[in-house]
Design a protein around this ligand. Structure first.
Ligand SMILES: Cc1ncc(COP(=O)(O)O)c(C=O)c1O
Length: 388
């Protein structure tokens, strides 16, 4: 069965029949804190940890579990747990695997607030972070110390789109018993399978493509068998709660992920090709373009690309000129996040610790939504006219 069909062909229908519940196409949302036990003996066993079923609202009710199961299958993992945001998924991963005295390696193109958490919060608990170049591969070995416990990757990074040599990094990490985690939000588990490339933990901001409608904040962590119990025990300890209603929406989004992602990909490539022919544009930064420095790694490891990419202008523009360009766009919203049906734009100079390909240059980041790409091109074309 193809993956897109497998996403839709879920176990809920069979389960609902077994449980003699009405077989609605979508599972019910349980709005619940207290879960009633069948009898006193069952409640006592639950108290001693000798009970399989949900014991409380934070113990993941039906929709959470169905969503986790669907994501676990897609990522090819041992266990998946959902979190109230993508950032929370990153933080929970770091908290689960790190302890005082550990050293952490994070790629320089990682999601900013995640990196900030490492530097400003984990440092308070005597965990030191070193930042490594975003296109790193086997040379990571030089950055590893005896106390290095975790490597956090993001490939491609969601602002500058460098790609890491995931296979080379995980080979080194495995040999040294270092946990590897990768933020897989850009490609989604449909286009990249980090665990199959040797990564131990795959992190998703479900907020983006999986939920797909810019109305849910959620994250997911999928772990391999090696670290499955460590992570799920830690997650249970924290009693992390991700609202049922949001899980329902994410599950609804997941059903259409395949078709949406294909359209995001096709439209983004169409807009990227148009930008490449634009004389005011400097570099179009898209992993699926042969001109991308790590295109060979993209071709080797990824099954497809999504709707998020960047470009630089051929010359730097002033704040006022950029504002004129951005404000004149009709179809592109100006706002953070991405992965929804609406096209979005951000533009900024990147702050980097390691040498950057785009040092000192403004990168315009486009999320290509589900509007017709010809309308988006016409919109960008009109906006380009406002620039000298
Ligand atoms: C690559 C990446 N990872 C994680 C996150 C955090 O996700 P959330 O907004 O769900 O906290 C974001 C948010 O923009 C992101 O771009």
């Amino acid at each position: 069965m193809k993956e897109e069909s497998r996403i839709i062909q879920r176990g809920w229908l069979a389960d609902s029949r077994k449980m003699k519940l009405p077989t609605t196409v979508n599972p019910p949302v349980y709005q619940g804190s207290t879960v009633l036990f069948d009898n006193f003996d069952q409640m006592c066993r639950a108290g001693q940890g000798d009970y399989d079923g949900p014991t409380y609202g934070t113990d993941r009710l039906v929709v959470q579990r169905i969503l986790e199961q669907a994501l676990r299958e897609l990522e090819g993992g041992f266990a998946t747990r959902v979190c109230p945001s993508g950032l929370s998924a990153i933080q929970t991963t770091l908290n689960a695997f790190l302890k005082s005295g550990d050293h952490l390696l994070v790629v320089d193109n990682a999601y900013g607030p995640g990196l900030r958490y490492c530097k400003k919060v984990l440092s308070k608990f005597n965990i030191e972070t070193s930042v490594i170049p975003p296109s790193i591969g086997a040379e990571i070995v030089a950055a590893i110390r005896p106390e290095t416990a975790l490597i956090l990757l993001e490939s491609p990074g969601s602002h500058t789109f460098e790609i890491q040599d995931i296979r080379a990094i995980t080979a080194v990490a495995r040999e040294k018993n270092i946990v590897t985690a990768l933020d897989n939000t850009w490609a989604t588990p449909l286009y990249l399978k980090p665990l199959a490339l040797g990564v131990d933990v795959s992190i998703q901001s479900v907020t983006k493509y999986i939920a797909g409608y810019s109305d849910v904040l959620m994250g997911a962590v999928t772990v391999n068998e090696r670290y499955g119990k460590t992570f799920t025990d830690f997650y249970s300890l924290l009693e992390i709660y991700t609202p049922d209603r949001d899980c329902y929406l994410a599950l609804r989004g997941l059903n259409t992920l395949g078709v949406r992602l294909r359209q995001h990909e096709t439209s983004a490539l169409r807009v990227a090709a148009w930008l490449q022919g634009c004389e005011k544009v400097g570099t179009v930064i898209h992993p699926a373009l042969p001109s991308h420095p790590e295109h060979h790694l993209f071709k080797r490891d990824f099954k497809g690309s999504s709707g998020l990419f960047g470009f630089t202008f051929a010359r730097e523009y002033s704040h006022e000129e950029l504002a004129r360009f951005a404000d004149s766009l009709e179809f592109f919203g100006l706002g953070y996040s991405w992965g929804g049906y609406k096209s979005l734009l951000t533009a900024a100079k990147q702050q980097r610790e390691t040498p950057s390909r785009y040092a000192g240059q403004t990168i315009v980041r486009l999320h290509i939504g589900l509007e017709n790409p010809e309308d988006l091109i016409a919109d960008l074309s009109r906006a380009m006219e406002t620039l000298p």
